[in-house]
Design a binder for this molecule. Structure first.
Ligand code: PMP
Length: 341
């Protein structure tokens, strides 16, 4: 029997664990994906959004009718807007213009005020996070209900969502029988919160990081150097600095996962197992398989299916786009569908 919820807020989290058959068979481990795409806003970021909003309310920062301002690759903005709709707030979302049209359209249709900015590194004052912080300070003075900066990268209310909801859910779902957990990092809230939550339960649970190419965290956790090279088409992941959320998190096994490794896993999951995810889920599954191989057969490893592939149809399912990025295109995708020929 599935649960009956009192409203949208109550429906955030409590997502199922789905066994990933092929990844499990290929490694001899049991690999589960936590189906975060089933959240009301369609991604893992609903959890962080709710936690950030509740924290700001409790601190008296967010007032009735107030405005929540955030810089986001999209999913946090969607999560914040879902929460804002349910609780009576407004959202202003600053998004790099490089993110998919699907995410921008979703935000606009939901009624978020969207501010698109050119992509710029964190060191540039015009980076989306800095623009959002300045805009929040300005709107706080101008708007009757005031405005807050959600600050998902450095506000630890983000990782607390995973310490207090995602980690205990997984422990309960598996009766504590979990050997390893792995995912990629955007803000780092998920990986840090999961590491803290799972290790508080059992310090022997191994935590892996699946880092996309171009991010700096793999080298940092491997040898203390914040540097990286290459690039990835995955949106929402790939961090260059130790964010407030990442501070103090224990990562036992850092791995790099290339798009060329990750994307075929994401396509196979759709074509063979019927789960349509975004590419950060492919990076996560690639990482889970590396962790499984390192830990040896018979282990139980959990990763996250962060969001749905429908959020990226114009790119991940567009052979012209994939060709331009040197990503192998599955035959079925060139044909136009994963059905019989
Ligand atoms: N996958 C996707 C699709 C995301 O949007 C995000 C968040 N930006 C992540 C993974 C990473 O989550 P976190 O910010 O908690 O590191």
């Amino acid at each position: 029997m599935s649960a009956v919820y009192s409203g949208t807020i109550d429906a955030i989290g409590k997502t199922p664990l789905i066994k990933l058959k092929k990844a499990s068979e290929l490694t001899g481990c049991t690999i589960y994906g936590k189906a975060e795409f089933m959240n009301p806003g369609g991604s893992v970021k609903d959890r962080a959004a709710l936690s950030i909003v509740r924290d700001a309310e409790a601190k008296g920062l967010l007032k009735p009718g107030g405005t929540i301002v955030e810089g986001t690759a999209g999913n946090t903005g969607i999560g914040l807007t879902v929460v804002a709709k349910a609780l009576g707030y407004q959202t202003v979302i600053v998004i790099p213009e490089t993110q998919t049209q699907e995410k921008k359209d979703t935000l606009r249709f939901f009624g978020a005020e969207l501010v698109e900015v050119p992509a710029a590194p964190y060191s540039n004052p015009n980076n989306f996070q800095h623009v959002a912080r300045r805009l929040a300070a300005k709107l706080d003075k101008e708007r009757s209900g005031g405005a807050i900066f959600a600050d998902q990268f450095d506000n630890v209310a983000n990782r607390n969502a995973h310490i207090h909801t995602t980690a205990p859910e997984i422990i309960n779902q598996l009766d504590g029988k979990i050997d390893g957990f792995i995912c990629a990092a955007g803000t780092g809230g998920t990986i840090a919160g999961m590491s803290m939550g799972l290790k508080a339960y059992d310090p022997s649970i191994q935590i892996g990081l699946a880092d996309p190419m171009g991010a700096n965290l793999y080298n940092y956790y491997k040898n203390g150097e914040l540097k990286g090279a290459g690039n990835s088409i995955s949106e929402g992941i790939g961090q260059s600095r130790i964010t407030g959320n990442l501070e103090g998190a224990v990562i036992d096994h850092p791995y790099q996962v290339t798009d060329q490794e990750a994307l075929p896993l994401m396509y196979d999951l759709m074509a063979e197992e019927g789960l349509c995810t975004g590419s950060s889920s492919g990076i996560n599954i690639g990482g889970a398989m590396k962790l499984a191989k390192e830990m040896g057969p018979g282990k139980t490893i959990v990763t996250l299916l962060c969001d749905s592939g429908t959020r990226y149809m114009s790119r991940l399912f567009n052979p012209d786009f994939l060709d331009s990025k040197d990503i192998p295109v599955p035959d079925w995708l060139r044909r136009g569908h994963a059905g019989e020929t």
